[in-house]
Design a protein around this ligand. Structure first.
Ligand SMILES: [Ca+2]
Ligand SMILES: [Ca+2]
Length: 209
């Protein structure tokens, strides 16, 4: 029986409460992707493994290595003990194992968004630096404003994250001459220093005579 709910598709659950349910997808392009699942754990367990063409679990992507972290009110982000996402180039299947009353409704592969990619267009470049600069030292900030470590403030921590991914694309192999990349990173550091100085000057309290 299919259940339709907000963002939910078909419910996969254990047919027999005594034994775990196992569901496997067809082969998917997993390079540069992260995995989100729409699931209701209900005190149970959802494990996710990655299998190769032959149906064997890929080392490091075993069901017991998988972990779920809350992504939003409906979804969990899946990671593995030594892998934060599915950067495996090629085609792999996903194996889901449900136990203890957990249900799986849908899964989704999303391109990995690099820290620094404020506008989420897959590349960290000048347009992201402009966004970061425009929101410099903003509080109550989010990713789209340049808060890449999600501590709510846009500052030099975020600028450093941006610099580390400068001009790199999330999935494609875009190469940039190293010298140009270094130049751009130097530019960001200078920009941040300037912004910091400028902000301090503006914030300096007026001394009473
Ligand atoms: Ca971008
Ligand atoms: Ca931050």
């Amino acid at each position: 029986m299919a259940e339709f709910d907000r963002g939910r598709l078909i419910r996969n659950a254990q047919a027999d409460p005594e034994s775990p349910a196992s569901i496997e997808t067809n082969l998917l392009a997993t390079g540069g992707m992260e995995l989100l699942v729409n699931a209701d754990l209900a005190g149970g367990v959802l494990g996710v493994g990655v299998v190769d063409v032959g149906g064997n679990l890929v080392e490091g992507y075993g069901i017991d290595d998988s972990m779920l972290s809350t992504y939003d009110d409906l979804r969990y982000l899946v990671s593995w003990t030594s892998h934060s996402a599915l950067p495996l180039a090629g085609e792999y299947g996903l194996r889901f194992e449900l136990d203890g009353g957990a249900s799986l409704y849908a899964f989704e592969l999303l391109p990995i968004v690099l820290p620094g990619d404020a506008n989420e267009d897959g590349v960290v470049d000048g347009s992201d630096a402009t966004i970061l600069a425009a929101n410099w030292l903003a509080s109550d900030a989010d990713w789209s404003m340049g808060d890449f470590n999600e501590d709510g403030i846009v500052n030099d921590i975020d600028a450093t994250l941006m610099a580390a991914n400068w001009s790199s694309a999330a999935s494609a192999s875009v190469s940039e001459p190293a010298a140009l990349g270094m130049l751009a990173m130097g530019g960001i550091v200078l920009l941040c220093r300037w912004l910091r100085r400028n902000k301090k000057r503006n914030q300096k309290p007026n001394k009473k005579e």
